[in-house]
Design a protein around this ligand. Structure first.
Ligand code: SF4
Length: 407
């Protein structure tokens, strides 16, 4: 019979720590939040602005596309501009096909990047593959940079897939096509890591990822990788999709893996809506880590869902406003008030659960529901501190929250 303890988070899987420009990934360090720009890296202004926005939102590493000479030439300038803005955020270069050439031709780019991401499925043209892979690893050693070997099933090594399919067939097909594909993804990552090590790249310079777009496939593939290596793992669901679907799929798969102790850094890939805010993926990653109790980034605002007892919009507006105020103030608060992220604020819609939930928060308010007396008790540190009345309840509570945090 299972006990409640079986459902506790498992201890973090032991992995080799990798220093990415001063941010430690793996080795038991807190799970790192990262994201990626969608600007043309050759457009320095746009890329600096987006990296700065992502970093300000909480992205501890930011990946940028390095796809041609113009973008490689822009990388050191982007890094320089960010440093002038006071942002020492490690930049990760995303390379496909010609990474070996871009790194060789642009030494300032190779130096400015904190990590190189390469894809074993397209690191070079088939017949020259190992040579080009070796050239990138050699550059990583020369500049003392870590490498993420990032397998993606959209660009899976077809040679390896065909070989494993043939082997499976010769053995009487004990594995399904899906299982062979999963095995190919895992082997592609592990064989590439092995090759990189044979070429001289130390283990503490290698991170692995194996991204797929199906939730069950992702869980299976990372569980296999985790069991067969001690490399630091970068988790992410690829092509997760738009809006709520992308958020749900990423949260479900990454949540299950992290509960098993698997994962050292996460990226939530969301397809942005046209004109949508790119920083949303950072916010989702932070919220996922925070709701699971792995990290704390921002005070929690507990709000009830509302129901027929909350027919006015005051309650929803206040909960939203408090959340937005806190998010906007966090960059300053984090510096000024260490530990502020551990606070809990409650905004509740009526007397049913309002006082109880508010007492569990550091500061909470129970708004008057429909038909209740127009009075809103405020609880501070578990005690009823005052009752707000009148049309300015929302504004007064906002001030009380700010006051509480400052005190
Ligand atoms: Fe409805 Fe009150 Fe419960 Fe909120 S606390 S969901 S308003 S009953």
């Amino acid at each position: 019979m299972s006990s409640a303890f079986d459902f506790e988070p498992q201890p973090r899987r032991a992995s080799v720590a990798v220093d990415v420009g001063g941010v430690i990934v793996g080795g038991g360090a807190p799970v790192v939040v990262q994201s990626m720009t969608n600007t043309d890296t050759a457009d320095i202004d746009a890329t600096v602005a987006q990296v700065a926005a992502l970093h300000k939102a909480g992205s501890e590493l930011v990946r940028i596309t390095v796809d041609r000479d113009e973008s490689a030439a822009a990388v050191p300038k982007i890094r320089e501009r960010l440093l002038r803005l006071g942002m020492d955020v490690p930049l990760v270069g995303d390379f496909h096909y010609i990474g070996h050439k871009l790194l060789a031709d642009h030494p300032a780019c190779a130096e400015a990047l904190a990590k190189y991401r390469i894809n074993p499925g397209n690191v070079g043209f088939k017949d020259k593959k190992d040579k080009q892979f070796a050239e990138i690893i050699e550059m990583a050693m020369r500049y003392d940079k870590p490498v993420r070997i990032g397998v993606n099933w959209g660009s899976l090594d077809q040679e390896l897939l065909t070989r494993l399919m043939d082997e499976n067939k010769a053995n009487g097909s004990p594995l399904t096509a899906q299982q062979v594909t999963r095995e190919t993804i895992v082997q592609s990552a592990l064989l590439s890591a092995e090759l990189a090590e044979e070429l001289g790249l130390p283990r503490n310079r290698i991170i692995l990822s194996a991204k797929v777009s199906g939730v069950q496939d992702l869980i299976a593939v990372y569980a296999m990788l985790a069991a067969r290596s001690d490399h630091a793992l970068h988790l992410g669901l690829t092509e997760a999709g738009m809006g709520t679907k992308g958020i749900v799929a990423s949260s479900a798969s990454l949540g299950i893996l992290m509960q098993q102790g698997i994962g050292d850094t996460i990226r939530i890939s969301l397809t942005p809506e046209p004109g949508g805010d790119r920083t949303r993926e950072v916010q989702v990653a932070q919220e996922l880590l925070q709701v699971m109790g792995f990290r704390q980034f921002i005070p929690v605002v507990a709000a009830c869902p509302g129901c027929g007892r909350t027919t006015s919009t005051v309650f929803q507006e206040l909960a939203q406003k408090i959340q937005e105020d806190i998010r906007a103030s966090m960059p300053v608060w984090r510096e000024k008030y260490p530990g502020v992220e551990a606070l809990k604020v409650a905004v509740m819609g009526c007397i049913v659960n309002g006082p109880g939930e508010s007492k569990h928060a550091d500061i909470g308010i129970s708004l008057p529901g429909t038909g209740e007396m127009p009075a809103a008790p405020v609880f501070i540190d578990g005690q009823k501190a005052m009752t707000l009345r009148g049309p300015k309840i929302a504004e007064e509570f906002q001030l009380l929250v700010a006051d509480y945090i400052e005190k």
